[in-house]
Every structure is written in structure tokens, then in C-alpha cells.
Write a protein that binds this ligand. Structure first.
Ligand code: FAD
Length: 114
């Protein structure tokens, strides 16, 4: 049995969510398939449900001011980067280069296709 593990900290949870958000966008096909819409729905749901209230309010405001483009994998991937950079700025962390090549390098294929 798995026992004694603690709930994630705000930082661990944030890291896990960003990993999910970026990998989800990065693993969409470049040619639109309709799946982009589902990825976008997830972003809107996170803006309503994210467990850290302060984070959720900031994120919801960002989504309202900068609605994600739900029809293009690359636009959505770049959008996730800009959203993350907003938090990085607030937390005085380094910014990430929001171009497709840098994002693919960090978040591209997970090797799970086969
Ligand atoms: P993270 O910021 O979690 O980043 C993980 C990895 O992503 C990095 O190692 C880097 O390789 C990569 N990365 C970094 N920036 C980018 C980018 N722009 N695009 C693509 N990849 C990138 N914390 C707060 O204190 N206040 C908040 O208001 C807040 N709001 C949040 C809102 C959301 C929706 C989420 C998911 C998280 C939020 N967090 C917030 C948590 C915060 O963003 C970090 O996740 C947390 O501080 C842990 O940071 P980390 O150093 O592990 O790296």
C-alpha cells in the first residue's frame, strides 16, 4: 500500500498543471482535427476550477483578456506559453521564449505515440 505521502504544495501542483497544459497543447496535431476545441475547453475549466484561489483569479482574468485561439495547435501552444509567462513575471521568474521551436523543444513529443 502507498502510505504517508503528503498533498502537493502550491508549487508542485502548479508545475504539474503546467506540464499537463503545455504537453496537451504540444501533442495536438498541427493540422486541425477538432481536438483543439477540447484542449481549449480544458483551459476554460481550469480558469474556473484551479484549486489555488489567487492563481485561479489571475488566470481567469488572463483568459478573459486574452481568449485562447481554439482552432490552431500552434496558436494554442504559444498561448499557453504567454499565460505561463504572466505568472512567471508576477513571481519574478525567468520568461520562456514563446516560439513554436522552443516550445516543441521543451514540450514536444512525449514519445508515447507508438
Ligand atoms: P513552473 O513555473 O511550474 O514551470 C515548469 C517548467 O515549465 C519550467 O521548468 C520550464 O521548463 C517551463 N516553463 C516555464 N515558463 C514557461 C512558459 N512560459 N511556457 C512554457 N514552458 C515554460 N503561482 C503563484 O505563486 N501565483 C499565481 O498566481 C499562480 N498562478 C498559477 C496559475 C496556473 C493556471 C498554474 C498552472 C500555476 C500557477 N502558479 C501560480 C504556480 C506557478 O506558475 C508555478 O507552477 C510554481 O511556482 C512552480 O514553479 P516551478 O519553478 O516548478 O516551474
Amino acid at each position: 500500500l502507498i502510505q504517508g505521502e503528503k498533498p502537493p504544495t502550491k508549487e508542485e501542483m502548479g508545475n504539474a498543471y503546467w506540464t499537463a497544459i503545455h504537453t496537451l497543447a504540444a501533442n495536438l496535431q498541427v493540422e486541425a482535427t477538432g481536438a483543439e476545441e477540447h484542449a481549449c475547453n480544458l483551459i476554460h475549466a481550469i480558469a474556473k476550477l484551479y484549486p489555488c484561489l489567487e492563481c485561479r483569479e489571475h488566470f481567469a482574468q488572463f483568459v478573459a483578456d486574452n481568449p485562447p485561439n481554439c482552432s490552431s495547435r500552434n496558436e494554442l501552444l504559444i498561448w499557453t506559453c504567454r499565460a505561463h509567462n504572466e505568472v512567471n513575471k508576477r513571481n519574478r521568474k525567468p520568461l520562456f521564449a514563446c516560439d513554436v521551436s522552443s516550445l516543441d523543444g521543451r514540450w514536444g513529443s512525449c514519445g508515447c505515440e507508438g
